[in-house]
Design a protein around this ligand. Structure first.
Ligand SMILES: *Cc1c(COP(=O)(O)O)cnc(C)c1O
Length: 357
């Protein structure tokens, strides 16, 4: 078993830097639940300003941002329109149903991005026996879409299609800042059409804990009650909020390096035998690799990379694996990954248990 050399499992694996840890050490703190933590308050103001919203709320995770926002927007039996690949549908333990009583209407988007026509077609007519279409939710960037950036004009059209028919709009901005850096579009322009929007600090921004949800003052007042109800109210949370402030001040522009590394990886892997990958479609820090023609299952492909080369990727499904670049990965490690995959595909014949045909 090789020791772990390159961890591109996710951008969540980053460790706080020494400078970030120092900022955490020195944070001024107070009782967050009472609104008395000056560092949390400062972070909330920074994010509200960044996103052009009246107010913002610090929460322990992005998952809780989605849960709180859906709970504020929806009543039991309501429907939320989102892409079929969206995070709340697959990776939040059924939270929309369990916490809000909402059901999800999944749309068949392209790389996680859907059209205003698809939204219009999915909105329910006002009938006694139909659920109420309440909310449109989009993911910027689309995670399982492969880090795709929603174009601003498409966001505006999709939100308008919903709004004209009485639906609110929500942005899961787990990687919004990746889209901001990749497209040179201001965060507040992306956020403008949304009633609620959040950013995650534990993805590419490299903080250990936290996400911030933003909206109108009225929305945030309602969100506070849900934060409390779900056990998301904290005490001296400035210790972790300080890491988020540090990330906003130091880790945004450098996301461009992650994007460059992802493109380098995609271009290096695309020509290898059995790999199906459109390197030109890689816009940010996520690379989804179809390995179905290599003769390996994705489980075995990932297992061999880890065992023989010390490279950790994640498995999306039986045909695809995902690699995510982040601040703890450098160019040299990317070159090592490309060489290792080339070696794996040309030297090893897949074990018979792994053959798909
Ligand atoms: C990671 C992620 C979340 C959840 O965020 P956590 O901070 O891990 O709870 C939600 N949506 C998307 C698109 C994500 O990638």
């Amino acid at each position: 078993m090789a020791s772990l050399r390159v961890d591109i499992y996710s951008d969540t694996v980053t460790k706080p830097t020494q400078a970030m840890r120092r900022a955490m050490c020195e944070a001024e703190v107070g009782d967050e639940q009472k609104g008395e933590d000056p560092t949390v308050n400062r972070l909330q103001e920074m994010v509200a300003d960044l996103l052009g919203k009246e107010a913002a709320l610090f929460l322990p995770s992005g998952t809780m941002c989605n849960a709180v926002a859906f709970a504020v927007h929806c009543r039991p039996g309501d429907e939320i329109i989102m892409d079929r690949t969206a995070h709340p549908l697959h990776s939040e333990a059924g939270a929309p149903a369990a916490i809000s009583g909402a059901q999800i209407r999944p749309l068949a988007g392209t790389r996680g991005v859907f059209s205003p026509e698809q939204v219009i077609a999915a909105i329910r007519p006002p009938k006694r026996n139909a659920p109420v279409s309440r909310l449109v939710s989009i993911e910027q960037t689309s995670n399982l879409g492969g880090g795709t950036c929603w174009p601003l004009s498409q966001i505006e059209q999709v939100c308008a299609a919903g709004k004209e028919r009485g639906l609110a709009a929500h942005m899961d901005g787990a990687r919004l800042m990746n889209a901001v850096v990749a497209s040179r579009t201001p965060a507040r322009a992306y956020a403008a059409p949304f009633d609620s929007v959040w950013i995650d600090f534990t993805k590419g921004l490299g903080a250990p804990v936290g996400a911030v949800l933003a909206g109108t003052q009225e929305f945030i007042t309602a969100a506070w009650r849900w934060k409390q109800r779900l056990g998301g109210s904290m005490r001296q949370a400035g210790v972790v909020a300080a890491a988020c402030i540090y990330a906003l001040e130091h880790h945004v522009e450098r996301l461009a390096d992650d994007h460059e590394h992802a493109k380098l990886l995609a271009r290096g892997l695309a020509p290898l035998p059995g790999i199906t990958l459109d390197a030109d479609a890689v816009e940010t820090n996520i690379v989804i690799i179809d390995i179905s023609e290599t003769g390996f299952t994705s489980e075995d492909f990932a297992a061999f990379l880890l065992r023989d080369y010390g490279i950790r990727v994640s498995v999306v499904d039986s045909m695809r694996v995902r690699a995510v670049t982040h601040l703890d990965v450098d160019r040299q490690q990317i070159m090592y990954v490309i060489d290792s995959v080339a070696h794996l595909l040309t030297s090893a014949s897949p074990p018979s248990s792994s053959r798909r045909f």
